[in-house]
Design a protein around this ligand. Sequence first.
Ligand code: SF4
Ligand code: SF4
Length: 295
Amino acid sequence: MKLTVLYRGPLSSCNYGCEYCPFGKWKHTEEELAKDRADLERFVSWVEARTGDTMSVFFTPWGEALIWPWYQQALARLTRLAHVERVAVQTNLSCHLDWVKDCRAEKLGIWATYHPEWTKRHRFLAKCETLSSLGVRYSAGMVGFTRFAEEAEALRRELPEDAYLWINAVKDGQEEPYTAEDIARFTAVDPLFPVNNVRHPSLGRACKGGESVISVDGEGTARRCHFIDEAIGNIYAPDFDQALRPRPCSKATCGCHIGYVHMDYLELDRVFGSGILERVPVKPLWREGVAARAE
Ligand code: SF4
Ligand code: SF4
Protein backbone atom coordinates (compact mmCIF):
# COMPACT_ATOMS: atom_id res chain seq x y z
CA MET A 1 0.00 0.00 0.00
CA LYS A 2 0.95 3.64 -0.44
CA LEU A 3 0.77 5.65 2.77
CA THR A 4 1.64 9.25 3.56
CA VAL A 5 2.03 10.15 7.23
CA LEU A 6 1.93 13.68 8.59
CA TYR A 7 3.84 13.39 11.87
CA ARG A 8 3.38 15.90 14.68
CA GLY A 9 4.92 14.83 17.99
CA PRO A 10 4.67 16.66 21.29
CA LEU A 11 7.33 19.24 20.34
CA SER A 12 5.72 22.67 20.47
CA SER A 13 8.54 25.13 20.92
CA CYS A 14 10.43 27.43 18.64
CA ASN A 15 13.60 29.50 18.55
CA TYR A 16 11.68 32.32 16.83
CA GLY A 17 8.98 34.31 18.55
CA CYS A 18 6.39 35.31 15.93
CA GLU A 19 3.78 37.28 17.88
CA TYR A 20 0.85 35.53 16.19
CA CYS A 21 2.13 32.06 17.12
CA PRO A 22 1.54 30.31 20.47
CA PHE A 23 4.81 28.32 20.19
CA GLY A 24 7.15 31.29 19.79
CA LYS A 25 10.02 31.38 22.25
CA TRP A 26 8.48 28.56 24.24
CA LYS A 27 11.04 26.33 25.94
CA HIS A 28 10.59 22.69 26.87
CA THR A 29 12.03 21.00 29.93
CA GLU A 30 14.72 18.36 29.39
CA GLU A 31 12.12 15.76 30.26
CA GLU A 32 9.70 17.00 27.58
CA LEU A 33 12.45 17.02 24.98
CA ALA A 34 13.44 13.47 25.93
CA LYS A 35 9.81 12.37 25.50
CA ASP A 36 9.62 14.03 22.06
CA ARG A 37 12.83 12.28 21.07
CA ALA A 38 11.64 8.87 22.30
CA ASP A 39 8.29 9.27 20.49
CA LEU A 40 10.10 10.18 17.28
CA GLU A 41 12.41 7.19 17.60
CA ARG A 42 9.42 4.87 17.99
CA PHE A 43 7.75 6.42 14.95
CA VAL A 44 10.85 6.16 12.74
CA SER A 45 11.27 2.51 13.76
CA TRP A 46 7.62 1.89 12.79
CA VAL A 47 8.25 3.41 9.33
CA GLU A 48 11.44 1.36 8.99
CA ALA A 49 9.53 -1.83 9.66
CA ARG A 50 6.86 -1.21 6.99
CA THR A 51 9.04 -2.51 4.20
CA GLY A 52 6.07 -3.89 2.25
CA ASP A 53 4.60 -0.41 1.74
CA THR A 54 5.59 2.71 -0.15
CA MET A 55 5.80 5.42 2.46
CA SER A 56 6.10 9.20 2.55
CA VAL A 57 6.55 11.17 5.74
CA PHE A 58 5.83 14.85 6.29
CA PHE A 59 6.93 16.47 9.55
CA THR A 60 4.53 19.27 10.47
CA PRO A 61 5.65 20.23 13.99
CA TRP A 62 3.84 22.78 16.13
CA GLY A 63 7.14 24.62 16.58
CA GLU A 64 10.58 24.29 14.98
CA ALA A 65 11.95 20.75 14.77
CA LEU A 66 15.11 21.06 12.69
CA ILE A 67 17.08 22.82 15.43
CA TRP A 68 17.13 19.44 17.22
CA PRO A 69 19.61 16.78 16.06
CA TRP A 70 17.12 13.93 16.54
CA TYR A 71 14.88 15.39 13.81
CA GLN A 72 17.85 15.93 11.51
CA GLN A 73 18.93 12.33 12.06
CA ALA A 74 15.38 11.04 11.58
CA LEU A 75 15.16 12.76 8.19
CA ALA A 76 18.51 11.32 7.13
CA ARG A 77 17.52 7.83 8.29
CA LEU A 78 14.14 7.91 6.55
CA THR A 79 15.47 9.20 3.22
CA ARG A 80 17.87 6.26 3.12
CA LEU A 81 15.11 3.65 3.32
CA ALA A 82 14.33 1.97 0.00
CA HIS A 83 10.56 1.87 0.69
CA VAL A 84 10.38 5.57 1.62
CA GLU A 85 9.62 7.76 -1.37
CA ARG A 86 9.59 11.23 0.11
CA VAL A 87 10.47 12.89 3.42
CA ALA A 88 9.37 16.49 3.83
CA VAL A 89 9.45 18.95 6.71
CA GLN A 90 8.07 22.36 7.57
CA THR A 91 10.78 24.62 8.97
CA ASN A 92 11.80 28.22 9.51
CA LEU A 93 15.17 27.19 7.99
CA SER A 94 17.16 28.70 10.87
CA CYS A 95 19.11 25.47 11.44
CA HIS A 96 22.55 24.70 10.05
CA LEU A 97 22.38 22.35 7.06
CA ASP A 98 25.34 20.04 7.73
CA TRP A 99 23.01 17.08 8.34
CA VAL A 100 21.68 17.23 4.76
CA LYS A 101 24.82 15.47 3.52
CA ASP A 102 23.64 12.37 5.43
CA CYS A 103 20.32 12.35 3.52
CA ARG A 104 19.42 11.04 0.11
CA ALA A 105 18.91 14.61 -1.09
CA GLU A 106 16.62 13.66 -3.97
CA LYS A 107 14.05 12.30 -1.49
CA LEU A 108 14.12 15.29 0.83
CA GLY A 109 11.60 18.13 0.55
CA ILE A 110 11.80 21.35 2.53
CA TRP A 111 8.84 23.66 3.18
CA ALA A 112 10.71 26.77 4.31
CA THR A 113 8.90 29.70 5.83
CA TYR A 114 10.60 33.08 5.82
CA HIS A 115 9.84 35.18 8.88
CA PRO A 116 11.13 38.68 8.12
CA GLU A 117 10.72 39.78 11.72
CA TRP A 118 13.14 37.07 12.89
CA THR A 119 15.77 36.77 10.20
CA LYS A 120 17.29 38.77 7.38
CA ARG A 121 16.30 38.13 3.77
CA HIS A 122 19.90 37.54 2.66
CA ARG A 123 20.34 34.86 5.35
CA PHE A 124 17.17 33.04 4.31
CA LEU A 125 18.20 33.26 0.65
CA ALA A 126 21.67 31.90 1.45
CA LYS A 127 20.03 28.84 3.08
CA CYS A 128 17.83 28.36 -0.01
CA GLU A 129 20.91 28.53 -2.19
CA THR A 130 22.62 25.90 -0.04
CA LEU A 131 19.60 23.61 -0.40
CA SER A 132 19.74 24.02 -4.18
CA SER A 133 23.46 23.31 -4.27
CA LEU A 134 22.85 20.12 -2.27
CA GLY A 135 20.14 19.02 -4.72
CA VAL A 136 17.25 19.43 -2.26
CA ARG A 137 13.84 20.51 -3.53
CA TYR A 138 12.27 23.27 -1.48
CA SER A 139 9.49 25.79 -1.50
CA ALA A 140 9.84 29.13 0.23
CA GLY A 141 6.90 30.96 1.68
CA MET A 142 5.57 33.69 3.85
CA VAL A 143 2.51 34.41 5.93
CA GLY A 144 0.34 36.79 3.94
CA PHE A 145 0.01 39.67 6.38
CA THR A 146 -0.40 42.80 4.30
CA ARG A 147 2.46 44.39 6.24
CA PHE A 148 4.74 41.76 4.64
CA ALA A 149 3.65 42.44 1.02
CA GLU A 150 6.67 44.54 0.13
CA GLU A 151 9.07 42.02 1.67
CA ALA A 152 7.33 39.19 -0.21
CA GLU A 153 7.84 41.08 -3.48
CA ALA A 154 11.50 41.62 -2.66
CA LEU A 155 11.98 37.94 -1.79
CA ARG A 156 10.30 36.95 -5.06
CA ARG A 157 12.71 39.18 -7.00
CA GLU A 158 15.74 37.65 -5.29
CA LEU A 159 14.79 33.97 -5.28
CA PRO A 160 15.85 31.90 -8.29
CA GLU A 161 13.16 32.04 -10.98
CA ASP A 162 12.36 28.36 -10.73
CA ALA A 163 11.88 28.42 -6.96
CA TYR A 164 8.26 28.59 -5.89
CA LEU A 165 7.29 31.22 -3.32
CA TRP A 166 3.92 30.63 -1.70
CA ILE A 167 1.93 33.08 0.33
CA ASN A 168 -0.30 31.68 3.06
CA ALA A 169 -3.49 33.71 3.11
CA VAL A 170 -4.38 35.00 6.56
CA LYS A 171 -7.95 33.89 7.02
CA ASP A 172 -8.16 34.78 10.73
CA GLY A 173 -6.24 37.32 12.70
CA GLN A 174 -5.79 39.90 9.96
CA GLU A 175 -6.81 43.35 11.14
CA GLU A 176 -8.69 44.05 7.87
CA PRO A 177 -9.93 41.70 5.16
CA TYR A 178 -7.84 41.74 1.97
CA THR A 179 -8.69 44.43 -0.56
CA ALA A 180 -8.74 43.59 -4.29
CA GLU A 181 -5.37 45.32 -4.50
CA ASP A 182 -3.88 43.14 -1.71
CA ILE A 183 -5.10 40.03 -3.50
CA ALA A 184 -3.64 41.20 -6.81
CA ARG A 185 -0.30 41.97 -5.12
CA PHE A 186 -0.02 38.59 -3.44
CA THR A 187 -1.21 36.80 -6.59
CA ALA A 188 1.55 38.50 -8.56
CA VAL A 189 4.01 36.94 -6.10
CA ASP A 190 2.25 33.57 -5.80
CA PRO A 191 0.03 32.56 -8.74
CA LEU A 192 -1.65 30.01 -6.44
CA PHE A 193 -2.56 32.57 -3.77
CA PRO A 194 -6.23 32.57 -4.86
CA VAL A 195 -6.36 28.81 -4.22
CA ASN A 196 -5.06 29.27 -0.69
CA ASN A 197 -7.26 32.30 -0.01
CA VAL A 198 -10.38 30.09 0.02
CA ARG A 199 -11.90 27.78 2.58
CA HIS A 200 -12.73 24.97 0.18
CA PRO A 201 -16.11 23.28 0.69
CA SER A 202 -15.28 19.81 1.97
CA LEU A 203 -18.29 18.28 3.74
CA GLY A 204 -19.01 14.87 2.25
CA ARG A 205 -16.25 15.29 -0.31
CA ALA A 206 -13.76 12.55 -1.10
CA CYS A 207 -10.39 13.14 0.56
CA LYS A 208 -7.38 10.85 0.90
CA GLY A 209 -7.29 11.67 4.63
CA GLY A 210 -7.93 8.47 6.58
CA GLU A 211 -7.27 6.23 3.61
CA SER A 212 -3.82 6.84 2.13
CA VAL A 213 -2.88 9.97 4.11
CA ILE A 214 -2.96 10.10 7.90
CA SER A 215 -1.93 12.40 10.70
CA VAL A 216 -0.05 10.79 13.60
CA ASP A 217 0.92 12.18 17.01
CA GLY A 218 3.66 11.16 19.41
CA GLU A 219 1.53 8.46 21.01
CA GLY A 220 0.82 6.90 17.62
CA THR A 221 -2.79 8.08 17.57
CA ALA A 222 -3.87 8.32 13.95
CA ARG A 223 -6.39 10.80 12.64
CA ARG A 224 -7.48 11.35 9.09
CA CYS A 225 -5.83 14.80 9.14
CA HIS A 226 -4.72 17.52 11.53
CA PHE A 227 -8.12 19.18 11.37
CA ILE A 228 -10.48 16.43 12.53
CA ASP A 229 -9.92 15.39 16.14
CA GLU A 230 -11.63 12.02 16.00
CA ALA A 231 -9.04 9.23 16.14
CA ILE A 232 -9.24 6.41 13.60
CA GLY A 233 -6.83 4.09 15.43
CA ASN A 234 -3.27 3.78 16.67
CA ILE A 235 -0.44 2.96 14.29
CA TYR A 236 1.26 0.77 16.91
CA ALA A 237 -1.76 -1.54 17.16
CA PRO A 238 -1.19 -4.78 15.20
CA ASP A 239 -4.46 -4.42 13.28
CA PHE A 240 -4.07 -0.71 12.47
CA ASP A 241 -4.21 -1.10 8.68
CA GLN A 242 -7.86 -2.13 8.94
CA ALA A 243 -8.62 1.45 9.99
CA LEU A 244 -7.51 2.79 6.60
CA ARG A 245 -10.49 3.25 4.31
CA PRO A 246 -12.23 5.98 2.31
CA ARG A 247 -13.91 8.55 4.54
CA PRO A 248 -15.81 11.54 3.16
CA CYS A 249 -14.78 14.74 4.95
CA SER A 250 -16.85 15.61 8.03
CA LYS A 251 -15.91 19.27 8.17
CA ALA A 252 -17.70 22.07 6.32
CA THR A 253 -14.53 23.50 4.78
CA CYS A 254 -10.81 22.90 4.49
CA GLY A 255 -8.56 25.94 4.26
CA CYS A 256 -4.99 24.75 4.73
CA HIS A 257 -2.65 23.47 2.00
CA ILE A 258 -1.62 20.42 4.04
CA GLY A 259 -5.27 19.34 4.07
CA TYR A 260 -7.11 20.49 0.96
CA VAL A 261 -4.44 19.20 -1.44
CA HIS A 262 -5.69 15.71 -0.58
CA MET A 263 -9.28 16.40 -1.64
CA ASP A 264 -10.00 14.68 -4.93
CA TYR A 265 -12.21 17.28 -6.61
CA LEU A 266 -9.61 20.07 -6.42
CA GLU A 267 -7.21 17.93 -8.49
CA LEU A 268 -4.23 19.63 -6.91
CA ASP A 269 -2.15 16.48 -7.25
CA ARG A 270 -1.95 17.47 -10.91
CA VAL A 271 -0.55 20.86 -9.96
CA PHE A 272 1.96 19.61 -7.38
CA GLY A 273 2.75 16.04 -8.47
CA SER A 274 5.53 14.56 -6.36
CA GLY A 275 6.14 17.95 -4.68
CA ILE A 276 2.72 17.99 -3.02
CA LEU A 277 4.06 17.67 0.53
CA GLU A 278 6.78 20.33 0.35
CA ARG A 279 4.44 22.46 -1.79
CA VAL A 280 6.50 22.57 -4.98
CA PRO A 281 4.38 22.70 -8.15
CA VAL A 282 5.28 20.53 -11.12
CA LYS A 283 5.79 23.56 -13.35
CA PRO A 284 7.60 26.72 -12.30
CA LEU A 285 4.43 28.79 -12.19
CA TRP A 286 6.15 32.00 -11.30
CA ARG A 287 8.48 31.82 -14.30
CA GLU A 288 5.46 31.20 -16.54
CA GLY A 289 3.77 34.24 -15.00
CA VAL A 290 6.81 36.38 -15.76
CA ALA A 291 6.80 35.18 -19.37
CA ALA A 292 3.06 35.88 -19.72
CA ARG A 293 3.48 39.40 -18.33
CA ALA A 294 6.37 40.04 -20.73
CA GLU A 295 4.30 39.11 -23.78
S1 SF4 B 1 8.78 30.35 13.16
FE1 SF4 B 1 6.83 29.21 12.98
S2 SF4 B 1 6.69 27.95 14.85
FE2 SF4 B 1 8.27 29.52 15.19
S3 SF4 B 1 7.22 31.20 16.26
FE3 SF4 B 1 7.20 31.66 14.05
S4 SF4 B 1 5.24 30.80 13.26
FE4 SF4 B 1 5.65 29.88 15.32
S1 SF4 C 1 -10.82 17.83 3.37
FE1 SF4 C 1 -9.43 18.71 4.90
S2 SF4 C 1 -10.55 18.59 6.84
FE2 SF4 C 1 -11.55 17.18 5.40
S3 SF4 C 1 -10.60 15.19 5.75
FE3 SF4 C 1 -9.49 16.17 4.07
S4 SF4 C 1 -7.77 17.22 5.05
FE4 SF4 C 1 -9.27 16.75 6.67
